[in-house]
Write a protein that binds this ligand. Structure first.
Ligand code: ZN
Ligand code: ZN
Length: 404
């Protein structure tokens, strides 16, 4: 898919204003410092300190320790006006980095493999620029630095801690650096951008025994195999083919020896969909199938099923605002990619349930430089040119939204 778009060497950066181009080396520097000190969800202490120090130095009012490690910076423009929030996530992943770069992770087993180090740098650059150009917008911009996007989720506790209140946020925007898109492209879409995420864990309880005497047993391996097969019928036969959904069993564990029928089997998986009407519906079918198959074999089960994040759904008007801004930042007609939906999940979704907003993708892959590994890969890295593009996008969105 990437190869059908223009190559990154043709990226036109003429729309990045000089003040932001001048910030580029700082953006790279911040991102690399953060990259060397990755932290897992709700443990972003070093990251939060790094952010707070900068905000302090720039004279930006901010509050720390929200939902453990979250930060909210508040930047007032010239006089009263709308309140726009910008959200950035700042956590890393439990992955051992395999990149051999000068700025590689210095923490064993932890890596910024999703680009949240870049999101934090972009949000800092945005804060820095806005604090120096308060005359260029009216109202208030709140910049939300959120912990634990990769799980268990920092957006919800930050909302519960009141980050969208006082002053009340009218709309919210956010971005993800996106290696599925090449540098120089922006993915903007109204409606569902990312999927709802549900998870399940199930134990199948049979009766173990001798591998040569199956009639004395209830074979948990056979039962769980039938369940894995049958679960695939949910998407094939219960979901409207015009809707998208995924049921994945990612883990299946059973047995100890080739001649022993396993007493129990354990499986876990994830469910994804866009249409909010499918909330509860797929989970119900998962349980019906597990219960029905177990009953037919005389097995029992223990099922845990939970919703992690709802679908990330963009507001039509806010997506239009971001799209119109995007078309001024990237000029090529291929630059704005509406077909950028993904079954990946995001807890930006909780913010978008509270206030209208738009989450969008900033293409960051550069195949010529080998910077096109997928997110969550031990060799993930992105073209840092995208950092300045991200700041330019945020600033233009602020200037457009905060002029009423
Ligand atoms: Zn991620
Ligand atoms: Zn991410």
């Amino acid at each position: 898919m990437v190869s059908t778009f223009p190559l990154p060497n043709s990226v036109n950066l003429s729309q990045i204003r000089p003040d932001i181009r001048n910030l580029q080396s700082e953006l790279v520097n911040w991102r690399r410092q953060l990259h060397q000190h990755p932290e897992l969800g709700f443990q972003e202490h070093h990251t939060a300190e790094f952010i707070a120090r900068k905000l302090q130095a720039w004279g930006i009012e901010h509050q720390t320790g929200i939902a453990k490690t979250g930060i909210v910076a508040t930047i007032d423009g010239k006089g009263s006006g709308p309140v726009l929030a910008i959200r950035a996530d700042m956590d890393a992943l439990p992955i051992q980095e395999e990149n051999e770069v000068s700025y590689r992770s210095r923490r064993d087993g932890i890596m910024h493999a999703c680009g949240h180090d870049g999101h934090t740098a972009i949000a800092l650059g945005t804060a820095c620029y806005l604090s120096q150009h308060r005359q260029d917008f009216q109202g208030t911009v709140k910049i939300i630095f959120q912990p634990a996007e990769e799980g268990p989720g920092g957006a919800k506790p930050m909302i519960e801690a009141g980050v969208l209140k006082n002053p009340d946020v009218e709309a919210i925007i956010g971005l993800h650096l996106w290696n599925t898109l090449p540098l120089g492209t922006l993915g903007v879409r109204s409606g569902a951008l990312m999927a709802a995420v549900e998870c399940f864990r199930c134990q199948i309880i049979g009766r173990g025994g001798h591998g040569a005497m199956p009639h004395q047993t209830i074979d948990s391996v056979l039962v769980s195999s039938q369940i894995v097969n049958a679960l695939q019928a949910i998407v094939a036969r219960n979901i409207n083919p015009l809707d998208s959904a995924v049921v994945t069993v990612g883990e299946l564990h059973a047995g100890t020896a080739l001649n022993v029928i396993a007493d129990t089997a354990r499986m876990s998986g994830t469910v994804r969909y866009f249409n909010p009407e499918l909330e509860n519906a797929i989970g119900q079918r998962v349980e019906q199938i597990i219960a029905g198959v177990c009953q037919s074999y005389g097995a029992t089960y223990d099922l845990e099923y939970w919703q992690l994040y709802p679908a990330t759904v963009n507001d039509v008007a806010m997506a239009e605002l971001v799209r119109s801004v995007a078309s001024t930042v990237v000029e090529t007609p291929l630059g704005i990619v509406p077909e950028c939906q993904t079954m990946g999940g995001e807890d930006m979704s909780f913010f978008l349930q509270e206030v209208p907003g738009c989450y969008f993708f900033v293409g960051s892959a550069n195949a010529e430089k080998g910077l096109d590994y997928p997110h969550h890969h031990p060799r993930f890295d992105f073209d840092e040119t995208a950092l300045g593009m991200g700041v330019e996008m945020f600033i233009r969105c602020v200037e457009k939204f905060c002029q009423r």
